[in-house]
Design a protein around this ligand. Sequence first.
Ligand code: UDP
Length: 457
Amino acid sequence: MSTTTTGGRRRRRRRVLVFPLPFQGHINPMFELAGVLHSRGFAITVFHTHFNAPDASRHPDYHFVPVPGDGTPAQGTLVDRILDMNRACEAPFRERLAAVLERRREEEEVAGLVADAHLLTMLDVARGLGLPTLVLRTASAACFRCFLAYPMLYEKGYLPPQDSKLYMPVKELAPLRVKDLYYSRRPGDDEMVRKLMSRATQAVRNSSGLVINTSDALEATELERIRNEHNIPMVLPVGPLHKVSSKTIGSSSLLNQDYGCIEWLETQPLKSVLYVSFGSLASMDSKEFLEVAWGLANSGVPFLWVVRPDIVRGLDDPNFPNGFEVAVQDRGKLIQWAPQQEVLAHRAVGGFWTHNGWNSTLESIGEGVPMLCRPQFADQLMNARYVEKTWGVGFELEGVLERGKIAKAIRKLMKEREGDEMRERAKEVKNRVDGCLEIGGSSHVAIDKLVNYLLSV
Ligand code: UDP
């Protein structure tokens, strides 16, 4: 049905176009946002690359438009891949978007495009065709603040980081230290990362608003600073989106989620299990993998460990150490990919050993589960810092991975008083976040503003 009638006037249905960056941690929140808008009556069109294309059959209500020519090289850093994708998709996206606008003109109104902050080129193309644009940031407000502050960080000498100053506080971005800043340690990446950040901030500045997957309960100060110091008027903290959307991310998962682990969790005592996952991209070397395996085994704590086939760098399939699987058969469950949100919501889960991708961090907070943090790159380090210092719902496992140290850290989280205190605080933070989602709460109000904006343009 493409039209509705209000007071005798025919109102055309409104369509929102979305374009996620094709990585799991960006696809999930964009689909969650699409789910929210769809439940508010908008029709949804999803533009997507061939690389990591979503499964259209799982979203029969949405219209999918493949954008060819993403030319995503299998090699290169993530930053290279993002910049390449922008270049290669520009012309095909323009053509496909023009066709969608032409076809829809008769029966529907297209309210605008919501694109990932890393798709500046697509946002420019859409505005060039007269379409309003909004940006979705899938990382924290602190992370975006860091992007905005990048020129200052260089001017004041925080960056590039010097080994002797890694633990120096960045007073302008408290509680971050130099080592927590978003920075690529790979030689020569510097310029590309700066380009990525300046493009993401430009994407926001050129658009009508910033939709951001966070909550006032977590980042009120950071959000305020983005609004005031950086003069970005429409900042909409709508998160955590996975708690708002009626669709679970199962439908946007690129890998098959193994629900067998839920049955296994059913057999475990309350809050006894440590859930271990390092997201969709983080990896380790074989030596570290060995230490993690024995650290888990030696901790004596039941665990559910997500072992992606590509978790060990350079291998298609990780080799478990001899004797490991027998040693943990009574209290360890290994799977390749989990229904993570369901796992974290399960009563048997009492802690999360995570790489602190922003989605994982939010999903853990959303269920009141405290974290053992092992961040690797990008915004993961600052997320871990906030978990430890600002919210007090976890702590970082620093330095070289070693089995004895790992087992001790796991026991601290799962069995000791300090861990219990973090679990208590995690419950309180969860309640505050839930409060923002209720009618009149800040996330609810932000979603209403977004909907009203999309209805008004
Ligand atoms: N995820 C999942 N199953 C897993 C591990 C992760 O479905 O076994 C999901 C998780 O719920 C989250 C996303 O994948 O929504 C990972 O995003 P995040 O930002 O945490 O990390 P990234 O993968 O981008 O590093």
